[in-house]
Structure formats: structure tokens, C-alpha cells
Design a protein around this ligand. Structure first.
Ligand SMILES: *[C@@H]1O[C@H](CO)[C@@H](O)[C@H](O)[C@H]1NC(C)=O
Length: 516
């Protein structure tokens, strides 16, 4: 009897060890793909059987990683031929509405794709579904479809898009919105007011425009699903691509786990020409890359000339990620390439500074390697990341479209000669690495945990079940407010009545006097 129980136990343990996981990353952008691919590979290497749906593919996947590559997703971007540098001057209000359309289109493209449809109509079973949340709420129906716990991955840490799914508090008094560049340490009265109002608009946008649209998409591709609102918030776990060492510490409900930094790999050897270039840079290297979404050759000519002039006058050597074969007026100390092994360059001891757009991946990588930054943030969360680097003392941020030679030259001089930036970057790096287990192992542990406990509903805060009026105490306010108004009214009446009585009495007395 005991033996049978033991056997059963080990069978269960074994089956929980290697899980069947479905991972869906709908955003057809390299930076998002890198995160999805690192997660899929990391989990496959830890013994799970992973099916990964994304727009790009990995040439050397681990044995247990099955890729469903939706190449056509790339077209979403091509339909929006836009110079992303121009996003810098666009109001954050416009940015959130701009993303609405993109989010719905991306989500639908994933669901309508024949390869996705094939999977949906197969007999395939999964122990858990992991979906990237980026205005892609309809994908939450995948959890229901496969009758498996739903795990949400957030590219940008604990933001409104995931906070709503698990009722994670996000007080506007000290948590700046993702799209605003206020950093909490310095939120003045006007900034707090703006943060509050912006947050309310963003929230109304979600509840009145985004969610109804996503609900329609879900109902179209998962006919007969019950209540979308219930499915949407039936989230077992949120994996956050963030960490306090990089961003600001913010509240997390118990089913939110920080795994920021998990995508950074141990440094590999550089290609020979790069290795020689970096080794021979006695005065150090400045690495300049605006990430994978911005096209460097689209930058304003004036800005380009300022950068060329100032970088050309530095004694350091420069590696500049440039998308064309030639860079006109390229100074002698600059080497260009369409692609650089960014993590390995940052890991080289001669790398002194990273000039970056301030994207979260770049910021995480530079913090891991302890390299200070000069940020030229353009859109989305980049301004916030840049501000944080500035307030944490490992970088400076400049307005890209309006930089002047003097400003750029003096900022570079400060960053490269004042040792405090390197020191602070090293401290952040140490904080990022000082964790009980590697972040991918943490993800692995929690995924198994929620599967083990049938979705782990015990981790969810009750707030997720409360209607809006209860969460914000509108009923209590109504009762107390109503009570207050009522008592004033009654008091008023009472006074009037007593005054009346007194007046009548006085009248009677005076008429008595008159008669006498
Ligand atoms: C919520 O998810 C759990 C598994 O995590 C599942 O058992 C349950 O049926 C789901 N509820 C709804 C309404 O989809």
C-alpha cells in the first residue's frame, strides 16, 4: 500500500517535472521576440516541452522546443511605415491610442493564422499557457481553450495592462505611468496631477475601447466561450520582465514574480575583428546603438552631424550600429556595423559607455554588465527608463531632436571622466545579480507551482473579484455621504421647526400682552 502511494507520488512528481507549455509572443518586433525566445529556450533547457508561437525563428532550438513561426506577422509593422524617431515629439495621449489599433491587429493576426488555427483545432494538450501581454488581451482565452492555468508575461514590468488582470495596486502618487517621463523621486504637485489624470484616461481607454474590442476578437476565434471578463482575469501567475535594481520598487500582488535579467546570457567570445578592435582600444570604447526598432539612418541630419562631430573628437574608439553600408563623414575612430553582439560588447572590460535609446532590454543588459549610459529616449517606456538611470546615478539623458554640440560634448566628458557613473552602474549590476536563484529558475519554480496547485487560486488577491464600486469604496462613500447630507437636511428641518415653535410662542405672548 505504502509502495503504491510512493509510486503514485513519484509518477506525479515526474509528470510535474517536465511540463507541456504553450508560449505565445504576438508582438512582431525583435526586442519582444528576444524575450520570448529566451524564455522558451530557458524553460526547454530546464526540461519542459515547449511550443513557442512568434514571428521569428531560432536557428538552433533545444530538442524540446517546437517553434510555430508566423512569418506573416512581420507585415503588421510594414503597414505602418513610420519614422520612429518622429515618435519623440508625439504626446503620450496619442501614443496610447496609437497602440490600441496595433494591439488589436497583432492579436488578430496571431489568432487567424492557419498554423495557430491548426494548433487550436488539434488534440494538443498543455499544462500551462504563457502569453505576452501587450494590448493582446484576447489571447487570455487560450488558457480557457486548453483548460490550463493562464500565465501572463509582461515585457514592461508591472504596468496598467497587467495590473488590471490581477488587481495589483498602482498608486498614482508615486508610481509614474509607463508613458510619462516623471520619476517618482521627483514627482512635484503638477507631475502628480498629470500622472493621475493621464492614468485615468489610460484606464478609461482600456475599459471602454481596448477590452470591448479584445472581447470581440476572443469571441470570434473562440466561439462559445463563457464570460470574457472572467476568463480575462483568470490569471494564475504574472512573470515580470523587471527588477528593483533597474527600475523603481513598486507593489506586487503575490502572484507577480520579477524575472528581469533572465534573458542575459553569459558572455561569449567576440568575432576576431571586434575582439581586436576592442582589445586595442587603450582609451576605451563607446558603444552606440538605438536598439532594434529605430532605423539609425532615419535620424534627423542635423542630429547626425552633431553626433559625428562630437564622437569624432573623442579619444575613445566608437562602435556604432548603423543600418547602411556607408556612413558619410565617418570619423577614423568609428567602426560601423548593421549588427553587434551587444551583450558581449557590454561585457568587454574596455566598454566605457553605452549610448542607447533606453529600451528596457538595453537598459537591463547594461545594468547587468555595469556599464553607464547616455540615453536618447524616443518613445514608450524609454523616457522613464532614462530618467531612472539618471536618478539612480548611472547615466544621463538628453533630448535627441534638440541636442547641441556643446551639450553632447560636455555630457560625454562628464560621463567618461567622473567615476561616480561607473561606480553606480557597478552597484546596480551587483544588486541585479544578488538573488537566491537565477531568474529563469525562479520562473521555472513558479510555473511548476501554479500547475501543481491547479492554477493556485490561493495566491490571488480578493480585489480581482470586487466590482469597481466596491474596490474604490463608492458604496461606502455613498452611504456615509448620503447619511451626512440626510442629517444636515434633518437638522435644518428641526431648527426650522423649533424656530417656528419659538416664533409662534413669541407671537402668542405678544398678542396676549397687547390684549392686556
Ligand atoms: C480558471 O483557470 C483554472 C485553471 O487555472 C480553471 O480550472 C478554471 O476553470 C478557469 N476558470 C474560468 C472561468 O475559465
Amino acid at each position: 500500500m505504502k509502495l503504491a502511494a510512493l509510486l503514485l507520488y513519484s509518477v506525479i512528481l515526474n509528470s510535474v517535472y517536465g511540463l507541456k507549455l504553450l508560449i505565445v509572443f504576438p508582438v512582431p518586433a525583435r526586442s519582444h521576440y528576444i524575450l520570448g525566445n529566451s524564455l522558451s529556450k530557458g524553460l526547454a533547457n530546464l526540461g519542459h516541452d515547449v511550443t513557442f508561437i512568434a514571428a521569428f525563428s531560432e536557428p538552433n532550438p533545444p530538442k524540446t522546443l517546437k517553434q510555430i513561426v508566423l512569418k506573416e506577422l512581420g507585415e503588421v509593422r510594414d503597414e505602418q511605415p513610420r519614422n520612429m524617431f518622429e515618435m519623440a515629439d508625439i504626446s503620450p495621449f496619442f501614443q496610447i491610442f496609437f497602440l490600441n489599433g496595433i494591439g488589436a491587429m497583432m492579436t488578430e493576426r496571431v489568432l487567424e493564422h492557419p498554423d495557430t488555427q491548426k494548433l487550436l483545432h488539434s488534440n494538443e494538450k498543455f499544462d500551462a499557457v504563457i502569453m505576452e501581454q501587450f494590448m493582446s488581451d484576447a489571447l487570455t482565452a487560450l488558457g480557457h481553450h486548453f483548460n490550463a492555468p493562464l500565465i501572463v508575461f509582461s515585457t514592461l514590468g508591472a504596468n496598467r495592462w497587467v495590473n488590471n488582470l490581477v488587481a495589483n495596486p498602482e498608486p498614482a502618487s508615486y508610481v509614474p505611468d509607463l508613458f510619462l517621463s516623471t520619476s517618482s523621486e521627483e514627482m512635484a504637485f503638477t507631475e502628480r496631477a498629470y500622472n493621475l489624470i493621464f492614468g485615468m484616461v489610460a484606464q478609461l481607454n482600456l475599459y471602454y475601447l481596448v477590452y470591448p474590442k479584445q472581447k470581440k476578437i476572443a469571441e470570434k476565434y473562440f466561439p462559445g466561450i463563457p464570460d470574457f471578463e472572467k476568463i480575462h482575469s483568470n490569471v494564475s501567475l504574472v512573470l515580470l520582465n523587471s527588477h528593483e535594481s533597474i527600475g523603481q520598487p513598486v507593489p506586487h500582488v503575490p502572484n507577480m514574480i520579477d524575472i528581469g535579467g533572465y534573458h542575459v546570457q553569459p558572455p561569449k567570445a567576440l568575432p576576431k575583428d571586434l575582439q581586436d578592435f576592442m582589445d586595442s582600444a587603450k582609451e576605451g570604447i563607446i558603444y552606440f546603438s538605438m536598439g532594434s526598432n529605430l532605423v539609425p539612418s532615419q535620424m534627423p541630419i542635423r542630429t547626425k552631424n552633431v553626433i559625428l562631430k562630437v564622437l569624432g573628437s573623442r579619444k575613445e574608439k566608437v562602435l556604432w550600429k548603423w543600418d547602411e553600408d556607408q556612413l558619410e563623414n565617418k570619423p577614423a575612430n568609428v567602426k560601423i556595423s548593421k549588427w553587434f553582439p551587444q551583450q558581449d560588447i557590454l561585457a568587454h572590460p574596455n566598454c566605457k559607455l553605452f549610448i542607447t535609446h533606453g529600451g528596457l532590454l538595453s537598459t537591463t543588459e547594461t545594468v547587468t554588465m555595469g556599464v553607464p549610459i547616455l540615453a536618447f529616449p524616443i518613445f514608450g517606456d524609454q523616457k522613464l527608463n532614462a530618467k531612472r538611470a539618471e536618478s539612480l546615478g548611472f547615466g544621463k539623458s538628453l533630448e535627441f531632436s534638440s541636442i547641441t554640440e556643446e551639450e553632447l560634448a560636455s555630457t560625454l566628458k562628464e560621463l567618461l571622466s567622473n567615476p561616480k557613473y561607473k561606480k553606480n552602474a557597478k552597484l546596480r549590476s551587483q544588486l541585479l545579480k544578488d538573488r537566491p536563484v537565477k531568474p529563469i529558475e525562479l520562473a521555472d519554480y513558479w510555473i511548476k507551482y501554479v500547475v501543481r496547485y491547479g492554477g493556485a487560486p490561493h495566491l490571488r488577491v480578493a480585489g480581482i473579484r470586487l466590482p469597481f464600486y466596491k474596490y474604490w469604496f463608492l458604496d461606502v462613500v455613498a452611504v456615509f455621504g448620503g447619511g451626512f447630507v440626510l442629517s444636515i437636511y434633518v437638522l435644518g428641518k428641526l431648527c426650522k421647526y423649533r424656530k417656528c415653535k419659538r416664533a409662534k410662542k413669541q407671537l402668542k405672548e405678544s398678542s396676549k400682552k397687547k390684549r392686556q
